[in-house]
Design a protein around this ligand. Structure first.
Ligand code: FE2
Length: 420
């Protein structure tokens, strides 16, 4: 390595799994060296001063097509999934390419400045013109230089919920969607739900795409489509190319069935995505008290060595009126709702918004802090994942493809009260 060729060096970085602080050299968009004290000179240097440097956050599950539409045309008064679907059905009649693209890119910028550089978004393909899908495919290309987007073809109203949905799902794959989605618990009958899962696997195999199914996002303890997804994953051999999103009913199953299901899931080796920020508000709406938490068995899946990642799901839309796209907020909610307050459990929740997410999206070859990998990394105003989650640390620097993409100053407070 010659001193003249280094574009950027980050000094005194704290990396997970390293005892000592290290310098990171970045050249031509890739990590060129990681060592305790690099003697090389650089065109640009960044003094990290012992703060945590992490691989970027991964947004495993979001709906960019509906983001930032809260209140349009009306607010979700019941707070249920079903009223949200009804409101979105009205709103999506007026979608245009520009409408979706503008809101999606605004949301992606919001996420990127908070350290998110990998995003899996669902695109509703139930709408007649596939506007959301076409817009999000354009967005994927428009942001490619600074952020990686995957698009899931998602039939929000069900594969068999209305005529044309099944054909549009396939058309979406021909247009270039990265993954096939579904919503079996929302199909009209259990039989339709099972059939939809089989159809999704057929399409994934025919077009060589990933699978990410909204699965059992309901408090009904009889919603049992996860077992169908797991069985299809085993029989097809698709394994970790398959993801089950939400699976909130898993939190309502009796333990005897849950134990049987866990064995099946261990064989299937599929990925799981929980969305605790939204599901703690969306689920349990028909309960009195005690009121269920409505989140899947994140801790137990993680304890079994299965891959779990986390998502925001929604940012200001018919299902969730709040949200800023921040992944540390998601991790913090998982710590609380899933009761993962042990030290290793808090670290695991940080993993679920970083490395585990990369595994779900199958982008591991391009992800992580190692020599030769693309230089995608974030600097946090914290010295550990625990501190990052505890005080929602500011992401002070976001480096994407070797270039500084965003910079944020942590808030500072001046104490003006009496000294005691
Ligand atoms: Fe979702």
């Amino acid at each position: 390595m010659t001193s003249s060729k280094i574009a950027l060096i980050l000094r005194q970085c704290r990396l997970l799994g390293h005892d000592n602080l290290v310098d990171i050299a970045i050249q031509d968009g890739a990590i060129e060296a990681i060592a305790p004290q690099l003697e090389s000179l650089a065109s640009q240097e960044l003094a990290v001063n012992g703060k945590l440097v992490s691989p970027p956050f991964v947004e495993s599950h979001i709906h960019l097509d509906s983001a930032l539409t809260v209140g349009q045309p009306r607010w979700n008064q019941s707070g249920t999934l079903f009223e949200g679907i009804d409101i979105w059905r009205d709103r999506k009649q007026s979608l245009s390419l520009e409408d979706v693209k503008t809101r999606a890119i605004t949301t992606l910028k919001l996420q990127a400045q908070q350290g998110v550089l990998f995003v899996r978004t669902h695109a509703d393909v139930s709408e007649a013109n596939l506007t959301a899908l076409k817009a999000l495919l354009e967005v994927r290309e428009a942001v490619r230089d600074w952020l990686t987007v995957q698009v899931v073809a998602f039939p929000q109203d069900g594969v068999y919920g209305s005529p044309g949905n099944e054909a549009r799902l396939e058309e979406a794959l021909k247009l270039g969607a990265d993954a096939v989605g579904g919503i079996p618990h929302y199909e009209m009958t259990r039989e339709d739900g099972v059939q939809s899962v089989h159809r999704i696997f057929e399409l994934a195999q025919r077009y060589d795409r990933l699978i990410d199914i909204h699965c059992d996002e309901i408090d009904d303890d009889q919603a049992r489509f996860l077992e169908v997804v797991a069985a299809c994953a085993i029989r097809s051999g698709l394994g970790d190319r398959v993801t089950a999103s939400h699976t909130t009913a898993f939190g309502s199953y009796n333990n005897a069935y849950a134990l049987k299901l866990m064995g099946l899931l261990e064989r299937a080796r599929i990925n799981f995505i929980a969305n605790p920020l939204i599901n703690i508000t969306l689920q349990g709406r028909t309960d009195t008290y005690p009121k269920r938490r409505g989140v899947t068995r994140v801790k137990e899946l993680w304890q079994r060595g299965l891959n779990v990642s986390l998502g925001n799901d929604c940012v200001q839309d018919p299902w969730y009126s709040l949200g800023t796209g921040n992944m540390l907020a998601v991790a913090s909610m998982a710590v609380h709702v899933c009761q993962m307050t042990g030290q290793s459990e808090i670290d695991a929740c940080y993993g679920m918004v970083t490395t585990h997410g990369a595994r779900t999206l199958k982008v591991e070859d391009h992800y992580g802090l190692a020599v030769g990998k693309p230089a995608n990394l974030v600097v946090l105003d914290a010295d550990s994942p625990y501190e990052a989650i505890r005080h929602s640390a500011t992401v002070t620097h976001v480096i994407s493809r070797g270039k500084l993409l965003a910079q944020t100053q942590p808030a500072t407070t001046t104490w003006l009260g009496t000294d005691v």
